[in-house]
Design a protein around this ligand. Structure first.
Ligand SMILES: Cc1cc2nc3c(=O)[nH]c(=O)nc-3n(C[C@H](O)[C@H](O)[C@H](O)COP(=O)(O)O)c2cc1C
Length: 328
């Protein structure tokens, strides 16, 4: 790939590959709200204002989470090529949309734990289908919490006795959102997409059509294209639900939380675990606030994830790597 610009002393092919891997991060409705400026001495990561979701995410908090996740992938991919990434978050000189600047800090050999995370990048997919009842072993839960701490955030693993309150909040948030025609329109624009669309959620990735007895997976990503549920194939009764929390609630914290969320999702993938995100409760301001108080008042809930053992799922498409570049 000779026509691809280069950065940080990498070849064109290596540069394209690190940007492509960054772009495999999860994002709300697969909006892929990131752009990259490649320079010989740095890679800048920018939020893409054209890809905002103003109704679900009016403050761009989830846009920054997604970009944080892309940043973690970029760091892992650079390490894999032997470049030590040195990251500055919210670099002022790079302009208003800049979220991070990554420079090369010399050569390095990637540690084996990070190699596992690197290998998990293309294997991680949102899995909206029912998981097995098999519980996630405590040592895996611990590893997920450590992954989140490594990125300066905290993981709250929901206890069995906390699930009732959480479920109430999730359903309330879902009702609030679905009562808003602007939310429904935005969701409809980004979901139920054909298989070959390079953005948005394809109907095939939607999971089964929500049914009244469902406790956690409430959003319909199929754009109303019904898929018969296999009889008796209900969602697991007691899922492992975890909340990634940041210590404060600033733009910087959102970027830390995005990296923490992605490190956790990759750590789960590397351990053979499936995951999906359930965001309504942290998107509606009132329920996010109530959840924060319920969790003890101090940490700020950023992402709620369901983790477990699931059937394999396919990758959701991404845009062409060349379309992710800012060309001045
Ligand atoms: C901040 C954020 C919030 C998300 N919220 C939800 C959600 O509420 N429900 C859901 O099923 N997926 C959610 N997702 C997952 C995206 O839909 C998914 O990442 C995207 O479609 C790309 O698919 P992939 O994760 O399989 O690569 C969220 C992702 C991010 C980063």
């Amino acid at each position: 790939m000779t026509s691809f610009p280069t950065a940080l002393g990498l070849s064109a092919e290596q540069t394209a590959n690190v940007v492509r891997l960054a772009g495999l991060a999860p994002s709300l409705h697969n909006s892929q709200p990131w752009r990259f400026r490649l320079m010989p001495h740095a890679i800048e990561l920018h939020g893409d204002p054209q890809r905002r979701l103003p109704i679900a995410d009016p403050d761009d908090r989830e846009l920054r989470l997604a970009c944080g996740a892309a940043l973690l992938n970029l760091r892992l991919a650079l390490e894999h090529t032997g470049v030590r990434p040195v990251v500055a978050l919210l670099p002022r000189l790079a302009g208003q949309t800049a979220l991070a600047e990554v420079r090369g800090g010399g050569q390095m050999k990637q540690l084996s734990e990070e190699q596992d995370l690197y290998r998990a990048i293309p294997e991680r997919h949102s899995n909206r289908r029912p998981f097995l009842e098999t519980p996630v072993p405590t040592e895996h839960q611990h590893a997920l919490a450590v992954a989140v701490q490594r990125e300066q955030c905290r993981l709250h693993v929901m206890e069995r006795q906390e699930l009732g309150t959480l479920e109430g909040l999730v359903h309330r948030a879902h009702r609030v959102q679905m009562a808003d025609v602007r939310f429904r329109d935005e969701l409809a624009r980004w979901t139920g997409r054909p298989k070959d669309a390079s953005e948005g959620v394809p109907a095939a990735a939607a999971g089964p059509l929500p049914e009244p007895q469902d406790q956690w997976v409430l959003r319909d990503f199929s754009g109303g294209q019904s898929r018969a549920r296999v009889p008796g194939k209900d969602f697991e009764y007691e899922p492992l639900l975890v909340v990634v929390c940041s210590h404060h609630d600033s733009r910087l914290d959102d970027l830390h939380a995005g990296q923490a969320m992605q490190r956790m999702l990759l750590a789960a993938t590397a351990r053979g675990l499936a995951s999906s995100l359930l965001s309504e409760v942290v998107e509606v301001a009132e329920t996010r606030d109530e959840l924060r108080r319920f969790l003890g008042g101090e940490p700020y809930p950023q992402a709620l994830a369901r983790i477990g053992y699931g059937s394999p799922t396919r990758a959701t498409p991404r845009r062409n790597v060349k379309d992710l570049l800012i060309s001045d």
